[in-house]
Design a protein around this ligand. Structure first.
Ligand code: ZN
Ligand code: FE
Length: 246
């Protein structure tokens, strides 16, 4: 294993994520809902923060950035170009404004930016191909997807299709522990899916122990997530609208 990912809970249902490169010691925060848990874990692990990678402008993903930057002023802030102004109003000036295909280096780890508009217009995901890691923010959740707040259904569908086309062994990390609620809706939409029934039994057992349901492979999501399994954009849009009302 060439990269460590440490996952923890922030606020009520946001994931905090730290990506650590054991080769160089570089460590990146992926979104910062709240600085306190990040500072605690960095100190426990003895890791120095080198980078902050932001997926989108919502407060539950950036509100902790200023306090984290105060503690690690040398850490480089990477943000989506299309919402740079609104993010920098909260976080201060960023090191990089990222667009489709841009590279992000965390020590010796090489990530690539995938633009995934829909939840917000500037939303981006980070893919580390060699390590088979995907940080999808609020675009793709396990057994679900983000709400379409700013983009069109067609944009969100296209964004999900881009993520679904990554290698199936890719491990998905996302912005929220929503899997159990997503799974209840997924089962109502796709009740005869045996892989989904099995995944939900696992999810219920994990949550009963207080364990997280992420990461999960894209292969697993392709077999179980109704938003990825929709046959076309109209089916996707219908599903997303039903979920909004569920
Ligand atoms: Zn969001
Ligand atoms: Fe969020």
């Amino acid at each position: 294993m060439s990269a460590d990912v440490h996952q923890f809970l922030c606020r009520s249902d946001n994931f905090g994520l730290l990506l650590h490169d054991p080769t160089t010691g570089a460590t990146a925060a992926v979104d910062v809902p709240d600085a306190a848990p990040y500072l605690k874990i960095l100190s426990t692990k003895g890791w120095a923060l080198s980078d902050i990678l932001i997926t989108h402008r919502h407060g539950d993903h950036i509100d902790g950035v200023p306090a984290l930057r105060d503690a690690f002023p040398q850490a480089k802030l990477h943000i989506p170009a299309r919402e740079a102004e609104r993010i920098e109003a909260v976080t201060g000036k960023a090191h990089a404004h990222l667009r489709e295909g841009d590279g992000v280096h965390v020590g010796s780890l090489r990530g690539q930016v995938i633009e995934t508009p829909g939840h917000t217009l500037g939303h981006i995901a980070y893919h580390f191909a060699k390590e088979h890691l995907l940080f999808a923010g609020d675009t793709l959740f396990s057994l679900g997807c983000g709400r379409v707040f700013e983009g069109t259904m067609a944009q969100m569908w296209a964004s999900l299709q881009k993520l679904a086309a990554l290698p199936p062994e890719t491990r998905l990390w996302c912005g929220h522990e929503y899997t159990q609620a997503n799974g209840r809706f997924a089962l109502s939409a796709d009740p005869d899916n045996g892989a989904l029934q099995k995944r939900m039994a696992d999810v219920d057992a994990l949550r009963a122990q207080g364990a997280f349901t992420l990461p999960v492979t894209l292969a697993q999501e392709l077999a179980t997530n109704p938003f990825l399994r929709a046959s076309d954009v109209d089916t996707f849009a219908d599903l997303r609208e039903r979920k909004n009302k569920a």
